[in-house]
Design a protein around this ligand. Structure first.
Ligand SMILES: Cc1cc2nc3c(=O)[nH]c(=O)nc-3n(C[C@H](O)[C@H](O)[C@H](O)COP(=O)(O)O)c2cc1C
Length: 201
């Protein structure tokens, strides 16, 4: 199959992209609006891009009608967020928080999750998650203005809080204990527990 982006349907391009760029880690993002109302949603256009300072990027794309998602609207007024780890035990509530609720209505509450205050930022943490990264927005970079257009939220991580229960004896995160899940194309996910090791040359 050959997809010439210049003439293809946006949905075809999207489906190819998310089927090919796999597995994608999941940013499970808490934000607040100017009244402090909490929003929680997952984003798999996500990764980390450096460590000094630690930088993460995720992309709340424009909706198919071209409107901005609540996460993006919130970040434009309160430029702080918390990344909660999407782990196997929380797969169902994580997915539940992708439901489009009216602005200001809490996905965390409807998914039965507990919110706890963060240390350095205004949005709260999802208490059930074993890892929290508290972040400040450095830049929001829109690319395109049509349906599913990217909005790169470039964030600087200010605080990383890891539950000791997911560490190995040397103090590194043990993937067998953290058990993050990742997104493939369509509605498929994968686990991060099928490991193999390779030393760098
Ligand atoms: C696992 C998963 C990954 C997702 N990744 C993205 C993404 O990268 N970008 C995006 O705009 N929407 C993504 N979505 C859809 C959003 O979570 C959904 O549109 C959500 O309602 C947005 O919430 P908000 O309007 O409260 O910000 C994803 C959904 C799921 C379940």
């Amino acid at each position: 199959m050959l997809i010439d982006v210049a003439s293809a349907e946006v949905v075809t391009v999207y489906q190819a992209l998310v089927g090919i760029v796999t597995p994608r880690p999941i940013a499970w993002v808490t934000t607040v609006d100017d009244q402090g109302r909490v929003n929680l949603a997952p984003f798999s256009f996500f990764n980390a891009f450096g460590a000094n300072p630690p930088v993460v990027v995720f992309s709340p794309t424009l909706r198919r009608d071209g409107s901005k998602k609540d996460t993006l609207l919130n970040l434009e007024v309160v430029p702080e967020f918390v990344l909660n780890a999407a782990v196997e035990d929380l797969a169902a509530p994580m997915n539940a928080t992708s439901k489009e609720l009216p602005r200001g209505q809490s996905e965390a509450e409807s998914a039965g999750l507990t919110l706890r205050p963060a240390v350095k930022v205004r949005p709260p943490r999802v208490a059930e998650s074993p890892v929290h990264m508290e972040c400040r927005v450095r830049q929001i970079l829109p690319i395109g203005d049509g349906p599913i257009a990217a909005n790169l939220v470039i964030g600087e991580v200010l605080l990383i809080d890891i539950d000791d229960a997911v560490l190995d004896p040397s103090g590194r995160v043990d993937p067998r204990k953290l058990r993050t899940i990742a997104r493939l194309g369509g509605s498929s996910y994968c686990r991060s527990t099928d490991l193999f090791e390779m030393e760098r040359p």
